[in-house]
Write a protein that binds this ligand. Structure first.
Ligand code: ACO
Length: 401
C-alpha cells in the first residue's frame, strides 16, 4: 500500500483510477475481505460463524461498538432499538404521495430522506451521543418504513411495530399481518430472515457505503446520507442484483434452457450478464453465497416447498463453475444469487428484495459513517478528474455562431 498523499505532496500529480479498483478511500476497522481466499470478517469474526451462531442485533452491536455484546449489553441494545421503531405519524402521509405502483426503493429513497426533516435532536454530527441516537433511529425505523412500503404497494393498512417481538419477527409481522389475520411468526422463517440480514450487514467500501461516506464527509444530515446510500444500492450492478437474479432464474425456468443463457453471458455482443455472478473483490467464492445456498435449502426443506428455481440456480452454478469463460474470469455466485430464492419462499415480491438489503445494510452504513466522523484523518471527499474537454477559447455571441 502506497500513501500517495505523501508521495505526491507538493506536486500537482494525482492518480487516475476509474471505478476505484486500486484506491483505498479510508482506513477502517469494521470489515476485512480477502477476495482471493473468499474470506469475510466483521471485527475479526468470520461471517459464517456470525451467520450460524449470532443474531442480527448482535452483529449490529458488534459493527457499531467494536465488540460482541455480553447478555446485559445485548438486552439493553435491543431495548434501545425497540424504543425507536415507531415513525412520526406524519411520515405516513408521505407514502400517500407516491403512486401505488412506485418501486419500493423509490419510496425508501424518499421517506428515509424525509426523516431528516423530523429528528432535529440527533443531527449534531460532532456529538458522539447524537450520532449514536441517529444510528439507533435508523436501524430501528428501517423495518417499519420497509414494511410500510410493502403495505402501501399492496393497498393494505400499515401495521404498527410490536416491541415484544424480536427485531426480525417484528418486521415480518408488520409486513405480512393483515387486519383479518394476525401473522404467525414461523421460527424457521424468522431465523432465515435474520441470517439474510446478517449476511448483508456490511461489506466494507462497496458503492453504497462509499456513497454514504462521501455524502457524510461534507457534514450532511445523517438521514440524508443514508437516503443517498439507498439510492446507490438500488442499481442492478449493486443491491438491485438480487431482484434481477431471481427474475433471470425464473426467465430461464427449466434446467434445459441454461446453456442458452450461459452462451449469451459469454457473447461479447450481447449485453446480458448472469445476474448474481461476479464480484469486484471476490475472485474465489463469495463466502456469503455459501451460507445463502445452505439457508435456501434449509428453508425450502423445512417449509416443504419444492421451488424449481432452486434447481435451476444450483445447475446454473454447476455449469458455470466448470466453464472455461467463468473460470478464467473468476466469476462465482455472489450473495445475491441465492437470496431471492429464500425471500420468494418467505413471500416477498421481487421488488422488495433490494429494500431488505437496504434494511440490513443500514447497520453497516451507520457504523461506517460513525467511524468516518470519529477518524481524525477525515476530510471532505473530493476526487480529482482527468479533463478531456476543449482548451480555453473565446466566447462568440449567438448571432455569430
Ligand atoms: N456474467 C458474464 N460476464 C461477466 C459477469 C457476469 N455476471 N460479470 C463480469 N463479467 C465479465 C465482464 O464481461 C468482463 O469481461 P471482459 O474482461 O471480457 O470485458 C469481466 O468479466 C470483468 O467484469 P467487470 O464488469 O469489469 O468487473 P467489475 O468488477 O467491474 O464488476 C460486477 C463486478 C458489477 C459485480 C459484475 O460482475 C456484474 O455485473 N455482475 C452481475 C451483477 C451482480 O450480480 N451484481 C451484484 C454484485 S454483489 C453486491 O452488490 C451485493
Amino acid at each position: 500500500v502506497i500513501d500517495i498523499r505523501k508521495l505526491y505532496a507538493d506536486t500537482d500529480m494525482f492518480t487516475y483510477d476509474p471505478g476505484f479498483t486500486s484506491t483505498a478511500s479510508c482506513e477502517s476497522g469494521l470489515t476485512y475481505i480477502d477476495g482471493d481466499k473468499g474470506i469475510l470478517l466483521h471485527r475479526g469474526y468470520p461471517i459464517d460463524q456470525l451467520a450460524e451462531k449470532s443474531s442480527f442485533m448482535e452483529v449490529a452491536y458488534l459493527l457499531l461498538r467494536g465488540e460482541l455484546p455480553n447478555k446485559t449489553e445485548l438486552e439493553n441494545f435491543e431495548t434501545t432499538i425497540t424504543r425507536h421503531t415507531m415513525v412520526h405519524e406524519q411520515i405516513s402521509t408521505f407514502y400517500r404521495g407516491f403512486r401505488r405502483d412506485a418501486h419500493p426503493m423509490a419510496i425508501m429513497c424518499g421517506v428515509v430522506g424525509a426523516l431528516s426533516s423530523f429528528y432535529h435532536d440527533s443531527t449534531d454530527i460532532n456529538d458522539p451521543k447524537q450520532r449514536m441516537i441517529a444510528s439507533h433511529r435508523l436501524i430501528a425505523k428501517m423495518p417499519t418504513l420497509a414494511a410500510m412500503a410493502y403495505k402501501y404497494s399492496t393497498g393494505q393498512p400499515f401495521v404498527y411495530p410490536r416491541n415484544d417481538l424480536s427485531y426480525t419477527g417484528n418486521f415480518l409481522r408488520m409486513t405480512f399481518s393483515v387486519p383479518a389475520e394476525e401473522y404467525v411468526i414461523d421460527p424457521v422463517i424468522e431465523d432465515a430472515m435474520d441470517k439474510i440480514f446478517i449476511l448483508h450487514a456490511d461489506h466494507e467500501q462497496n458503492a453504497s457505503t462509499s456513497t454514504v461516506r462521501l455524502a457524510g464527509s461534507s457534514g450532511a444530515n445523517p438521514f440524508a446520507c443514508i437516503a443517498a446510500g439507498i439510492a446507490c444500492l438500488w442499481g442492478p450492478a449493486h443491491g438491485g442484483a438480487n431482484e434481477a437474479a431471481l427474475n433471470m432464474l425464473r426467465e430461464i425456468g427449466t434446467v434445459d434452457r441454461i446453456p442458452e443463457y450461459i452462451a449469451r453471458a459469454k457473447n461479447k455482443d450481447d449485453p446480458f450478464r448472469l445476474m448474481g455472478f461476479g464480484h469486484r473483490v471476490y475472485k474465489n467464492y463469495d463466502p456469503r453465497a455459501t451460507v445463502m445456498q445452505k439457508t435456501a435449502n434449509d428453508v425450502l426443506n423445512k417449509l416443504g416447498l419444492n421451488d424449481p428455481v432452486l434447481d435451476v440456480a444450483k445447475e446454473l452454478e454447476h455449469i458455470a463453475l466448470n466453464d472455461p469463460y467463468f473460470i478464467e474470469k473468476k466469476l462465482y455466485p455472489n450473495v445475491d444469487f441465492y437470496s431471492g430464492v429464500i425471500l420468494s419462499a418467505i413471500g416477498f415480491p421481487t421488488e422488495m428484495f433490494t429494500v431488505l438489503f437496504a434494511l440490513a445494510r443500514t447497520v453497516g452504513w451507520v457504523a461506517q459513517w460513525n467511524e468516518m466522523i470519529s477518524d481524525p484523518a477525515q476530510r471532505i471527499g473530493r476526487p480529482r478528474q482527468l479533463y478531456t474537454g476543449p482548451t480555453q477559447r473565446d466566447y462568440v455571441s449567438v448571432d455569430k455562431r
